[in-house]
Design a protein around this ligand. Sequence first.
Ligand SMILES: *Cc1c(COP(=O)(O)O)cnc(C)c1O
Length: 359
Amino acid sequence: MTRAFNFCAGPAALPEAVLQKAQAEMLDYEGRGLSVMEMSHRSDEVVAIAEKAEQDLRDLLCVPDGYKVLFLQGGASTQFAMAPMNLTSNNHTADYVNTGQWSTKAIKEAAHYCNVNVVATSQGDNFSSVPAFDSWRLSKEADYLHYCPNETIGGVEFDFIPEVDVPLVADFSSSILSQPLDVGRFGLIYAGAQKNIGPAGLTVVIVREALLGNAIPATPSMLDYKTHADAGSMYNTPPTYAWYLSGLVFQWLKEQGGLEAIARLNQAKSDKLYHYIDNSGFYSNPVAVNNRSRMNVPFTLADAALDKEFLQQAEERRLLNLKGHRSVGGMRASLYNAVPMAAVDALIEFMQDFAQRRG
Ligand SMILES: *Cc1c(COP(=O)(O)O)cnc(C)c1O
């Protein structure tokens, strides 16, 4: 068996060592005669797995006291509604920055629950940059400011954390755990697991405790952070197997040297690919240099008529899932934590070869 290199934006590559451990434990977890999948979420085994995963995640991100870490379902898309439902009881207003398709979706959803003030947008340059912070028109009465630190589709990443007086809310779906993060600057962080955490079906939420218990009156129990915070994310049946697998990824990350080490590797991977693209004379990336994503690298070929052939030949070399998002076309290579440098090297080698033959 040889594993392919997987550049999928999500569900994305998982560390091979994690899959092997899961495989070894699949039928008989630690001599219990059961798979983790078959165990009660109230069992000692699953509670221990859940607690260890939470502690490892807290260790990796150095989560300060006063924060709840929640393991939920519904994906980041459910957070687009949960954030405004839970946080806008005071002034019914939220500030949003629009840097691409995920921000746009978050804005649209929030507008069902509160007044949304778009403080800045990069729509004018086709979402290829982050609007300069000093141009943002912040409202005085906002209950929070929301932004998307890494726009997975456009490949646009913030190179700063906004400095605001209101709670900061961030959709970290595609860049959480890619580098150290000062969690204390945020009121609420959320991330769908299937990019840089684990398998699909799990959503990680990190929320400041002081923000809990103030949801708008019609909020369903399942969409109230306090419900899950009070119940240790076991108010109802959580996605136990996804939680377990994510825990294995957290252990793997610790073994890699934690977030500083993985950040150095992520920087080196994306630097190498952007450097090649910029000097190729055949491929290009439209994003402002300071805002280029380390996780998602979109690129186009000099002639879009060659896209199909490029993808077909890439697949033959077992370089998978390089097709850009259906809304933007072109290519996209996602370089999450579990994508090794060898994958980037193999991709560049193929791109070089293709450009020589077809350029
Ligand atoms: C993938 C993604 C989403 C949507 O996540 P789901 O878990 O599918 O709801 C939202 N925001 C960002 C930044 C993403 O990358």
